[in-house]
Design a protein around this ligand. Structure first.
Ligand SMILES: *Cc1c(COP(=O)(O)O)cnc(C)c1O
Length: 385
């Protein structure tokens, strides 16, 4: 049965399985050729799993570097005593160059103005500002166009306060294996790196692979792979499920705070979108709501696991709580236990031989597992196992 690790202050929590996190990290690291570094993406509070504890587990099980989205995320890691290289995955505002130098955070760079401000600041502080250049090979999000790359390097390389520590791009369609658009991006990236080298520029570490590209295109590993989703045990697409054995890191559970048996015809939750249609329907309450990342779009759509059995969620999901139903008469015919106050309810994860995955929830919400786990990072207390 499910181990009850409920916090004292609220009957809901997100379990973070550090054994699984370690296993997934080792798996990715071991899949890389010797000398290829693993950069663990811990942006968005490690995809809702908690950046500092996850980064520590990853760094002690094969990750060489960390990637974050924002300067604040980088500062949080440094203040926790983490000294691994940290890359900010886009170019931050020019106003923060001194913060970057002080906290030893590497920015992604693609404008001359930013590079100059960063280099000046680093020089003034008696150090060298290390940065990575982003190349836009087709996603049209960030980076320099390949045609502008040499001119950019020419215009910044004179600066003694700057050092190029890496050159990278990001794929838009890596989760579709053998995609033509992917091949085009990969080719543009390869050509750009070759042009830089031919012109005598030091590219630093060359990297392009995210989770799906790391799994499907090991030939594009270059010097480093940037892996996020896979480390948390989630698959970027159906295609990878058979090829690599990942273990989901996050589970979300709560305990029943109340059980009622409303009369036939009574409604449940805001708007009475569900009404009790038979006798002996138990309606149980769990303190997890949309402010915890359980999207209101899942109302009357999702299921939960209790005692290893599936139960239908009923009525609108509220900000802080939701309800589910169990047919107590049917349960007793099948020798199942009725729902009781304090029972453990699984929203995401395994209970007995049943499982609800982040992909299951994502499908109901018409989104991707990334958003599902990030959302569960909103407010739930995390318990590290
Ligand atoms: C988020 C991100 C990654 C990691 O992507 P996953 O699909 O989670 O592996 C890698 N590179 C960049 C630029 C990113 O923004």
């Amino acid at each position: 049965m499910v181990k009850d690790v409920c916090p004292d202050t609220r009957w809901s929590w997100a379990e973070i399985n550090t054994v699984a996190l370690r296993k997934n990290t080792r798996l990715f690291k071991q899949s890389l050729s010797r000398g290829v570094q693993l950069m663990a993406s811990v942006k968005a509070d490690a995809y809702g799993h908690g950046a500092v504890p996850c980064a520590k587990v990853m760094l002690s099980s094969g990750a060489d570097q960390l990637a974050v989205a924002t300067v604040q995320e980088g500062i949080e890691l440094r203040e926790a005593g983490i000294d691994a290289p940290i890359l900010i995955l886009s170019e931050p505002p020019m106003e923060c160059v001194q913060t970057l130098v002080n906290y030893d955070l590497m920015p992604t760079v693609y404008t001359f103005e930013f590079a100059l401000a960063y280099g000046e600041c680093a020089s003034a502080l008696g150090t060298v500002g290390r940065y990575h250049v982003a190349i836009d090979t087709g996603m049209n999000r960030i980076g320099l166009k390949p045609a502008d790359l040499l001119e950019f390097r020419h215009s910044v390389d004179f600066h003694r306060g700057l050092e190029c520590a890496g050159t990278f791009t990001h794929f838009a369609t890596a989760d579709t294996p053998d995609d033509w658009d992917f091949q085009l991006q990969a080719r543009r990236f390869g050509d750009s790196i070759a042009a830089l080298e031919q012109a005598g520029y030091d590219t630093g570490l060359v990297h392009c692979n995210n989770t799906p590209a790391t799994l499907f295109h090991p030939e594009l590993s270059y010097d480093m792979c940037r892996v996020g989703l896979g480390l948390y045990g989630l698959h970027p697409s159906h295609a990878s499920m058979s090829s690599v054995a990942l273990e989901a890191v996050m589970s979300v559970r709560g305990r029943v705070t109340r059980v009622a048996m409303p009369s036939v015809g009574e409604g449940v939750s805001y708007g009475f979108t569900y009404r009790v249609t038979r006798q002996n329907i138990q309606v149980a309450t769990v303190p997890i709501g949309y402010a915890d990342g359980l999207s209101r779009l899942l109302s009357n759509q999702m299921e939960v696991l209790v005692h290893g059995e599936r139960c239908r969620q009923v009525g609108r999901i509220c900000m802080d709580q939701f309800m589910f139903a169990k047919d107590a008469a049917r349960a007793s015919r099948y020798n199942q236990r009725p729902i009781e106050y304090g029972d453990v309810v699984t929203v995401l994860g395994v209970d007995g031989d049943q499982e609800i995955t982040a992909d299951d929830i994502a499908a109901l919400r018409k989104t991707i597992s990334y958003e599902v786990v990030v959302d569960f990072g909103m407010r739930l207390e995390r318990v590290y196992l």
